[in-house]
Design a protein around this ligand. Structure first.
Ligand code: SF4
Length: 338
């Protein structure tokens, strides 16, 4: 289901934009305007045909996602295993400080070598209402004031649905525009579409290497855009919206933690409106990758920081419950309720 279809259905019943806005706002706040018990005053404000259709609509919205299990982490995060109406599974992660990481696809076609989601390939897209429903579901547990599109999927490969979800969250969902974070490997369509949107999200770009050849190896199906060009496009967007680009760099020992890469980062990011997030690799299953030693990570941060690139280590939340970056996937049934 798409948000757009909901608007059309409501308009056909005689709802004005302010009526649809109120219905969707109530859903997003976890207080749906359903059948008469609650929000009587708010319902009275709606046309009769809309009031009569509400119970069915609320049932449909409630049925978009279902919580299969919750896995709290020691750091205050929690991985939520979420079932869609056709039985497919995605994962959302409640983050510390009122954040939520949502999924935009079941699986992913990019196939980054360090990511579990990419291993299954793309199974299907999520509709915009299914993306927003993850926020409505999470708000049953705690407030959500920031939404990052860094869960399962490449948001740029489901652009219309993700932008529709962002528009609703930024207009009726009580979330500041810079607290909506669109994360991408760098699809050129993102740089055309985002500046034209009413709600302009913050942008996170997955860089991972400053070498075009290595980046192609690590992100095999990402658009073949040169890292320097990607940074230039990012810089233009950052200056347009007024908040910095967050660069993502999954740290892989012996692969992208050397001096050559540090110099490359300085060359590309010095003087740019940017934050570099170094994300130590979250190993999940026996594989060829490991994270650098903590001393090396500290050295890298100091080196970049002291030369003018704002650098942070992002130990991703929820690693102990496999909710960290690169650890999300459509889990097999045997993991449910573990
Ligand atoms: Fe897809 Fe993101 Fe995983 Fe890459 S890191 S495979 S883009 S979900």
């Amino acid at each position: 289901m798409r948000i757009q279809d909901l608007h059309h259905r409501l308009a056909e019943l005689g709802a004005l934009p302010l009526h649809s806005g109120r219905i969707l706002r109530a859903w997003l706040q976890g207080r749906p305007l359903d059948s008469g018990r609650r929000n009587q005053q708010a319902q009275d404000f709606l046309p009769l045909a809309v009031r009569e259709a509400l119970p069915q609509l609320v049932r449909e919205l409630d049925g978009l996602v279902r919580l299969r299990s919750e896995h709290p982490g020691a750091d205050g995060s929690a991985r939520l295993l979420v079932e869609l109406s056709d039985g497919q599974m995605v994962e959302s992660v409640l983050l510390p400080r009122d954040g939520l990481c949502v999924s935009s696809q079941v699986g992913c076609a990019v196939g980054c070598v360090f990511c579990m989601t990419g291993k299954s390939g793309l199974l299907r897209q999520l509709g915009s209402a299914e993306i927003v429903a993850q926020v409505a579901l999470a708000r049953r547990f705690r407030p959500v004031k920031k939404v990052v599109f860094m869960g399962m999927g490449e948001p740029a490969h489901n652009l219309d649905n993700v932008l529709e979800a962002i528009d609703l969250l930024g207009s009726e969902g009580n979330i500041g525009h810079k607290n909506l974070v669109f994360s991408t490997v760098g699809d050129p369509r993102v740089f055309e579409r985002l500046p034209q949107e009413r709600v302009k999200p913050a942008l996170a770009l997955s860089l991972h290497s400053t070498r075009a050849d290595l980046r192609r190896e690590l992100l095999p199906k990402a658009p073949p855009i040169d890292p320097a060009e990607l940074v230039e496009l990012g810089e233009r967007y950052a200056r347009t919206v007024g908040y910095p680009i967050q660069y993502q760099w999954t740290l892989l020992a012996g692969i992208n933690d050397g001096q050559e890469e540090l110099d490359g980062i300085l060359r590309l990011l010095k003087g740019k409106y940017a934050v570099m997030n170094l994300i130590p690799y979250n190993s999940l299953e026996a594989d060829d990758y490991r994270r650098p030693a903590s001393e090396r990570i500290v050295e890298m941060v100091r080196y970049l920081h002291s030369r003018g690139v704002l650098t942070k280590v992002r130990n991703s939340a929820g690693q102990d419950v496999e909710g960290g970056c690169g650890q999300l996937r459509a889990r097999a049934v045997e993991l449910v309720n573990t």
